[in-house]
Design a protein around this ligand. Sequence first.
Ligand SMILES: [Zn+2]
Length: 156
Amino acid sequence: MKNLQWKVEQLPDEKRLVVLTGAITEDADLRTLAAMDGPGELAFDLAGVDQINSCGVREWILFVRKLADAERTFELVRCSPAIVRQLNTIANFRGSGSVRSVMLPYYCPSCRNEVHHPLELGPGASKEIPEDAPCPKCGGTMEFDDMPATYGSFSS
Ligand SMILES: [Zn+2]
């Protein structure tokens, strides 16, 4: 299990994108991340978070609570299937943040390739989940590999 890492990118409009990768566990240093100062809105890119354990869930909830206490505006973008699972089962997982987009998992039965495609959830987005997608590796048909209802159900 790869420990959580992040890098911060400056976006226009004083917005900052924090790209997180790895696993969220008791070893994830989310306190440092919560203490990050500076003005502007934060967006957390969670496409690279492949695992989160029960201690990690607790750390994450403390983290979003700290952001709320500090009156920081934030959004969750490109939420990985591991994150979507938590968003669906734990009511306060996203805290005061809004869920802007999720990553849809596709699996290729011919070559066992796995690919994640982003789905926008913002206002005006279609929120339509394609049942299949072309496999970039073998040209076969990839199938949506989860329960569609859990991916389009976030109101932001
Ligand atoms: Zn394939």
